[in-house]
Design a protein around this ligand. Sequence first.
Ligand SMILES: [Zn+2]
Length: 182
Amino acid sequence: MLRVAVSGAIISASFVAFQSSASAAEFTGCRYAGNANSLKWANLTTRYEYSNPAQVAIAAWNSASTHFNFTNVNSGANLNVADQNFGQYVEGAAIDGLTSWRCSSGYYTETVTSSWNRYYTDGYPGIERKSVIVHEIGHALGLGDIEGSACVIMNGATPTRYGACGLSEPQPTDIARANSLY
Ligand SMILES: [Zn+2]
């Protein structure tokens, strides 16, 4: 996980390359307050190649076994999903997705944003784009990165999570971990 302060916000990311210096933690330390079954998300993507995986990624987390649910809205969202070109490096790291937030006493103080980095993801197939944004939404829920070879959606390295493991859906371990927060 890349954890840096950007104008007071914290960002967590999905890595294009293995990142040995990344700090891993089971949880990010911030989450949604209140009733997690009435969370709202806004699809701020610019085109179908991103709006479709955004929708299926939200649906993947909105499974019957989760303790939270996102409803699509046009304004007043708890989570924005967006696509943007952040360039080759963010704070020196090659990342294909990132999530940014502001936190106080363990809870978000404003809308969280999960984004693709189009510098990389414009060249990904749709299923790999889904893998990246399902991972990023996991950060929005409060999950940290898992390092090593574990086949979980919160594995921070796309070459492992998607490349080696072939994952684009939250796994039972990811869901149990997220449910523990809500
Ligand atoms: Zn991550």
